[in-house]
Design a protein around this ligand. Sequence first.
Ligand SMILES: *Cc1c(COP(=O)(O)O)cnc(C)c1O
Length: 428
Amino acid sequence: MKTKKSQKIFKNSQALLVGGVNSPVRAFGSVGGVPLVIKKGRGVQVYDEDGNGYIDFVNSWGALILGHGHPSVVGAIQKAAPLGTSFGAPTQAEYLLAKEIKKAFPSIQKIRLVNSGTEATQSAIRLARGFTQREKILKFSGCYHGHTDSLLVKAGSGGATFGIPTSQGIPGALAEKTRVIEFNNEEELRAILVQEGKEIAAVIIEPVAANMGVVLPKKNFLKKLKQLCKTSGTLLIFDEVITGFRLALGGAQGVYGIKPDLTCLGKIIGGGLPVGAYGGRKDVMNHLSPLGGVYQAGTLSGNPLAMAAGLATLRELFQKGIYEKLRVKTKYFCEALQEIIQKTESPCQLNWTTGMFTLFFNSSKVIDFKSAMLSDTQAFAHFFHAMLQKGIYLPPSQFEANFISLSHSKKDLDYTLECMRCYFYERG
Ligand SMILES: *Cc1c(COP(=O)(O)O)cnc(C)c1O
């Protein structure tokens, strides 16, 4: 496989961009080697600068549920661009996108659009603190909510990849206000909310965790969480930046039947352009400026190109049977992969839900951050590079979700399974 051009471009980038990247995990730090420098994407495939094609399981970290360059999305951007790229004033497009989101998420009575998932979670936390007049927040170990200061404490994702559970540069006084407990641990949750609940403004959670790899909530865990929050007057924030419009139209809250007070969205709702959103209870949202005393603003918020891409994506997703299709694809792939692991007695755990999965190189079940961290990251790195050689582009870290999009055909999935089958049989 030729990689000369990619290597040269990346080398130049390293001299100027920190680590050669604009987001850490892209640097292949934990798997080694030189990252692909991507030139273009079409459907299920991405192509690097040397012209190699790969079946993509990164999909812009879940944003591209329709695959690359979907005609509806590209068409919508092309139609919007000549009319102007930014106004910093109200437009109809932002109302239309908000309306589609609300249609899918009954818990969202009012909404604010921003430019990234980080902005959404950061603003939701500020709003919760302003609304409750409390300062503490509670999060779960291994859940990633973007890179805002209060939430970079024991956050998964890139932090887990690089062994930096808590970032430097977070003031101690702020980190102290962030309480962290283990995902899926009901006793810990009950203890902390009974003891300190009245001081805790909000609990923020990925209802299905995807940033320590995919980890599903135990039965009734989210329900207990909701009850405990209600008792202590703590707001419940679902960070559905990944799960929103992926597990189902109504996200994880629809699947598990839980109504959070606030919801954060991102990734899919921008159709590959930078968009985030937070919304929820009207009485809480009305505390935002210009109606209330919590300030949050954005020059490019509601950007017309981003709105067009998001709206085109959501309109595709509202078509009948789309999520059933995605569920069937994922089930087909994951059941076959599970069989390969079992037959070869490979020390692996496969966690999956609609549209995403993680194969942990781990001999015990992965139910939280602690168990995820027992994974053999070297074994993963070996597997990752073997797949890359076969033209399969997986997220370059053990602690990330692999995304199956609507553009993955049975042929793509069968080819991937065949490569994985060979890998595990040859090693086993
Ligand atoms: C990606 C992600 C974020 C941050 O979104 P950005 O757009 O990268 O800022 C927040 N929460 C979750 C669950 C995410 O997966």
